[in-house]
Design a protein around this ligand. Structure first.
Ligand SMILES: NC(=O)C1=CN([C@@H]2O[C@H](COP(=O)(O)OP(=O)(O)OC[C@H]3O[C@@H](n4cnc5c(N)ncnc54)[C@H](O)[C@@H]3O)[C@@H](O)[C@H]2O)C=CC1
Ligand SMILES: CC(=O)C(=O)O
Length: 331
């Protein structure tokens, strides 16, 4: 050891392990805007003991990791390193953000062929190198990529989940809460279905302290235009942000951190992640978002959300949009 005269090491001290429990370890694949926003939010919340970040662009990866490492004196300790999938052997979670992103005007579904090609090379390697990990897919179109990852990995559906409409749900709660001058954490609302243009706002379940928003008398005013405007802002948020700054990153980074905490800490937290749906609302064999219970196994339970007839039809339409895309895939 360098400068060993600085320290006196007792013989007992040398044999004592500093961490008695198994370290919590995560791998982030893709050191782009989203991958690094995930890494940053998880670093400042000390979610992992060890975080390995992987990218095909080694030069950029090194720069990103150096930048993060220089913040370590300001946060609780996390071992952060630029690595490869081979460093993920004992990882608990692999977060996949690798692949193409939307250019202004492109939809998420427009990315499908490019990102399926990326996943064909990537997912078998992830499974080989990180056999114990839950896979958390963020790459768009996230519902299709979750389905593709499930098929390519051969893992049980509980272990392959997508960030789904966690971000849209957050946008919905934020915008509604802002209108009502409330903390968004005190307002409960869900966006379900595709993380994309066919997503569905569950207006019938928006509630504050158990009071259903739509049951509360709106002083004789027609609130429909207001509600439509709020949902339009949710649905178009990514387009608006991409048009202005080229990508979205901070909110998804914070959302991913919440999903990861729910998994690592076995929280049984209800989140609108994307999961394989079989026989729910007459929907079969597609990944999309419904409120799910997220814990150490990933997702093993989906809530039986009661919907209005109109909401059910919109959800079934959203599932058909995804199914049509899946049918065209060459896996
Ligand atoms: N699910 C969601 O709510 C959201 C999803 N996204 C999606 O996340 C993805 C990433 O977006 P950004 O980070 O902004 O893109 P970016 O272009 O900044 O980063 C993508 C990174 O992936 C890397 N990469 C490509 N192939 C790879 C491979 N085989 N192995 C390792 N790394 C690889 C690239 O080198 C690049 O650094 C996009 O598909 C985007 O649409 C973005 C925001 C929200
Ligand atoms: C890009 C994207 O999927 C989003 O911000 O919602």
């Amino acid at each position: 050891m360098l400068f060993e005269n600085l320290f006196t090491t007792s013989s007992e001290g040398e044999s004592t392990s500093p961490i008695v429990r198994r370290p919590r370890k995560g791998v982030i694949v893709g050191a782009g805007q989203v991958g690094m926003a995930c890494a940053y939010s998880m670093l400042i919340q000390n979610i992992f003991d060890e975080m390995v970040i992987v990218d095909v662009n080694q030069h950029k990866l090194e720069g990103e990791v150096m930048d993060l490492l220089h913040g370590l004196p300001f946060v609780e300790p996390t071992l952060v390193r630029a690595g490869t999938l081979a460093d993920g052997e004992d990882a608990d979670i692999v977060i996949i953000t690798a692949g193409a992103k939307q250019k202004p005007g492109e939809t998420r579904l427009d990315l499908v062929n490019r990102n399926v090609e990326v996943f064909k090379g990537l997912i078998p390697e992830v499974v080989k190198c990180c056999p114990k990990a839950v896979l958390l897919i963020v790459t768009n179109p996230v519902d299709i990529m979750t389905y593709v990852a499930l098929k390519l990995s051969g893992l049980p559906s509980s272990s392959v989940i997508g960030s789904g409409t966690v971000l849209d749900t957050a946008r919905f709660r934020y915008l509604l809460a802002q209108k009502l001058e409330l903390d968004p954490r005190s307002l409960h609302a869900y966006v379900i279905g595709e993380h994309g243009d066919s997503e569905v706002p569950v207006w019938s379940k928006v509630n504050i302290a158990g009071m259903n928003l739509l049951d509360v008398e709106a002083e004789g005013k027609d609130i429909n235009p207001l509600l439509q405007d709020i949902f339009a802002q949710v649905k178009n948020a990514a387009y608006e942000i991409i048009q202005r700054k080229g990508a979205t990153s901070y909110a998804i980074g914070l959302g991913v951190a919440q999903i990861v905490q729910a998994i690592l800490r076995n929280q049984n937290r209800v989140l609108t992640v994307s999961t394989l749906i079989q026989n729910i609302h007459e929907i079969q064999n597609v990944c999309l978002s419904l409120p799910c219970v997220v814990n150490r196994q990933g997702v093993t339970r989906v809530l039986n959300l009661s919907l209005t007839q109109a909401e059910l039809q919109q959800l079934q339409h959203s599932s058909q949009v995804l199914q049509q895309t899946i049918k065209k895939l060459k896996l």
